[in-house]
Design a protein around this ligand. Structure first.
Ligand SMILES: [Zn+2]
Ligand SMILES: [Zn+2]
Length: 423
């Protein structure tokens, strides 16, 4: 019998965590945090022994709770693709730094992060390894560098956890591996279960058009992007369309880009990223920031949802420039300053005590790294599992009922129905 206990990301995105107990071994799939919640939200605590943690990718909603094990004196190996280690380190250290600045207490410290990072064990895509009696294989998930779908051969049943995945090739990433072994139990993310993506090429063209128009009016095109994955995707798009204006990179995206560029086999075409980076200048201080906003330019910076980072500095300076633009390149979670700005035209950030009108041109573009609705259904039809669990989305219950109508045995775990035993 296999016992699957969902610990987070139920009917929502954030704080992913799953405990798989076969009676022989106890394996944890991801242990994240709900990004930007105050106080921070983590997956349900695991009582008792854990043999290993398998990490799908570095994003904090999957990794942000890992130091909790170290802080409680639990010494557990963490299996992940190589680049996930430095990326997780970068994001965890940043989360401590930000919470300090904002006076939020995290239940772990730098020492716990250090210990956590030292417990990482590198695995390779498509190479099976043993964890006690379980056989584990990581497959490319096409989401960010190092992202994996995790396949567990558990004797009784074969289980696949998608993590976050994308079956469409992007400029940065190859698409997810679709050549997979037979799967009995599928645990799937559902981020875009309720909506399709806009056509990628068209989105890119309109993105470039907005930048061209901004520059032609002598404005600054401020591009807000997530540090890991999205910032590099944006640089590749700018390179593809041979944008000739000065391009600057600022914030945590610089370190993330350096890490990603040094794990070259984790990206689709490292040579093209090299070429893109030839035309990019890193911003290192406020003096430089003041200088570059005097001229028409493109500034790619963090954070992606406008919570903090240099993007806030730029917004304060550029807010009244009607010839300048703010281009959002990712989904804006409810309650984030980015979402509020799209809905109200004001930048409101309670933690930073900011509230002002933004008169720049603001638009959100869809450069998502998640499978869209159409791709989710195609993927599930192809895998055709016996049982499906839908997590990591705002509409998991609707998604599960739609899958049921198609004849699948699907369920969306929720807080009071989250433990399942499978014979
Ligand atoms: Zn992710
Ligand atoms: Zn996620």
């Amino acid at each position: 019998m296999i016992r699957i206990e969902f610990l987070g990301a139920m009917a929502t995105v954030g704080a992913s965590g799953i405990l798989i107990d076969t009676g022989r071994e106890k394996l944890v799939l991801d242990y994240g945090t709900k990004v930007r919640e105050i106080p921070p939200i983590f997956p349900i605590e695991i009582k008792g022994r854990v043999d290993a943690i398998l990490l799908s990718h570095a994003h904090l909603d999957h990794s942000g709770g890992l130091p909790l094990f170290a802080s409680k004196g639990k010494d557990i190996p963490i299996y992940a693709i190589d680049v996930s280690k430095p990326l997780t380190k970068l994001l965890l250290e940043d989360s401590i730094k930000i919470s300090r600045e904002e006076g939020i207490e995290l239940p772990f410290n730098e020492k716990d992060v250090k210990l956590t990072i030292s417990r990482f064990k590198e695995v390779e895509f498509r190479k099976e390894f043993d964890l006690h009696s379980a056989k584990v294989t990581f497959y490319n998930a096409g989401h960010i560098p190092g992202s994996a779908q995790i396949f567990l051969d558990l004797k009784e049943k074969a289980l696949l956890y998608t993590g976050d995945f994308n079956t469409i090739e992007t400029r940065l990433m190859k698409k997810a591996d679709l050549k997979l072994p037979n799967v009995d139990i599928l645990i799937t993310e559902s981020t875009y279960a309720d909506r399709d993506h806009r056509d990628r090429k068209e989105e890119e063209r309109e993105f470039i058009e907005m930048i061209d128009q901004t520059i032609s009016k002598n404005g600054v095109a401020l591009v807000a992007a997530f540090a890991v994955g999205r910032a590099q995707e944006v640089l590749l798009i700018l390179n593809k369309y041979k944008v000739g204006y000065p391009i600057y990179l600022d914030g945590m995206a610089k370190k993330a880009t350096n890490i990603i560029n040094s794990y070259r086999k984790r990206i689709k075409d490292p040579k093209i990223l090299d070429k893109a980076l030839e035309n990019v200048e890193y911003v290192t201080n406020n003096k430089m920031r003041k200088k570059i906003i005097k001229e028409p330019s493109i500034i790619v910076t963090t954070s992606g949802m406008l919570n903090g980072g240099p993007v806030v500095w730029y917004l304060k300076k550029l807010k009244n420039r009607r010839n300048s633009s703010l281009l959002l390149t990712g989904w804006q979670l409810e309650g984030t300053p980015g979402r509020i700005l799209l809905e109200s035209g004001r930048y409101i950030n309670e933690e930073l005590k900011l509230n002002f009108e933004v008169n720049m041109n603001v638009r959100r573009f869809d450069f998502s790294a998640h499978a869209g609705r159409k791709q989710l259904f195609e993927y599930i039809e192809k895998i055709s599992p016996e049982k499906i669990f839908c997590i990591h989305g705002d509409h998991t219950e609707e998604f599960a009922s739609e899958l049921k109508e198609l004849g699948f045995d699907a369920i969306a775990p929720i807080a009071n129905n989250r433990i399942f035993e499978i014979k």
